[in-house]
Design a protein around this ligand. Structure first.
Ligand SMILES: C[S@@+](CC[C@H](N)C(=O)[O-])C[C@H]1O[C@@H](n2cnc3c(N)ncnc32)[C@H](O)[C@@H]1O
Length: 271
């Protein structure tokens, strides 16, 4: 098995409210319009602890079954902690979990799916894994709502001349090789769109934004640490300039003036 890139449940919990605010409700409505009458089955890929289910279930008709796929059992097994969400008619959803690698995803794994979803996933996959997902979705023939893929565009405030330098290093880090796997990073959503369009499918995109600021200093601080840390991991020669930049941004954070807009793309595809 390939090395698992660890994501902590604490990080997923911290980002969940901003993810929920940022995801495109218009694309969720468009996905809902393509569903027949219930019961429906939604397969969420790279589900983590189930954030997408908690956001989307109340926007869709029921009865619903959610099948959560993630290669990290320690995350997916926590999906029902705190109770299961309800569908838009108030009925609790049924939840099933599968611990598996998406590179091995086969059409049979999505059998009976009415909708496939993923959130904050595509950019941490390889092109082969994105291809496996597209192939399986096309074989099953149900729509797929693929939310919150990073585009690599980030706007920090107050603006600093060094922002673009660190952003470029961060984006290169997003496309690094991990245990022989070349991550798709910011090109993931274009890759996914192309694969579905080549199969004759329709695609609709919305640009979606994380808007980080003093209303959520913990999320902003952790996001910034991760962003700059990844840039320095990619470019060891940036360690010295990064120290001064980090100190400046820490003072902006303490003063409550630091902001970051992180640009994502949400993609809906359907046959
Ligand atoms: C950034 S997290 C997003 C989790 C969740 N969708 C959310 O929005 O909170 C990416 C998730 O994808 C899972 N993942 C990454 N690569 C995977 C792969 N190749 N196969 C299966 N799961 C994978 C990780 O374990 C993690 O839970």
């Amino acid at each position: 098995m390939s090395e698992v890139i660890e994501v902590s449940s604490e990080w997923l919990a911290l980002r969940e409210p901003e993810d929920a605010r940022a995801r495109s409700r218009e694309l969720a409505r468009a996905a809902a319009d393509r569903l027949g009458p219930g019961p429906i089955a939604v397969h969420d890929l790279g589900s983590g602890t189930g954030s997408m289910m908690r956001w989307l279930a109340p926007l869709l008709p029921g009865p619903q079954t959610w099948v959560l796929h993630d290669w990290n059992p320690g995350l997916v097994e926590r999906a029902a902690d705190g109770g299961v969400p309800v569908d838009r008619d108030g009925r609790p959803v049924r939840v099933a979990i599968r611990s598996e690698e998406l590179s091995h995803l086969e059409p049979g794994d999505l059998e009976g799916a009415s909708l496939v979803t993923a959130s904050a996933l595509l950019d941490v996959l390889t092109l082969d894994e994105i291809r496996a997902i597209a192939r399986a979705c096309v074989a099953v023939g149900c729509p797929a709502l693929l939310s919150l893929s990073v585009t690599g565009r980030v706007h920090l405030g107050p603006a600093d001349a060094r922002d673009d330098l660190f952003a470029a290093a961060f984006n290169a880090h997003q496309q690094r090789r991990v245990d022989g796997r070349a991550l798709a990073g910011p090109s993931a959503v274009a890759d996914a769109r192309r694969l579905f369009v080549e199969a004759g499918w329709n695609a609709r995109e919305e640009t979606t934004f994380w808007r980080l600021g003093r209303h959520d200093p913990d999320l902003l601080a952790q996001w910034f640490d991760g962003w700059l840390g990844a840039a320095v991991e990619q470019r060891a020669d940036f360690e010295v300039p990064a120290a001064a930049y980090r100190a400046l941004r820490a003072s902006h954070l303490r003063q409550g003036v630091l902001t970051a807009t992180v640009v994502h793309t949400d993609l809906l595809v359907w046959p």
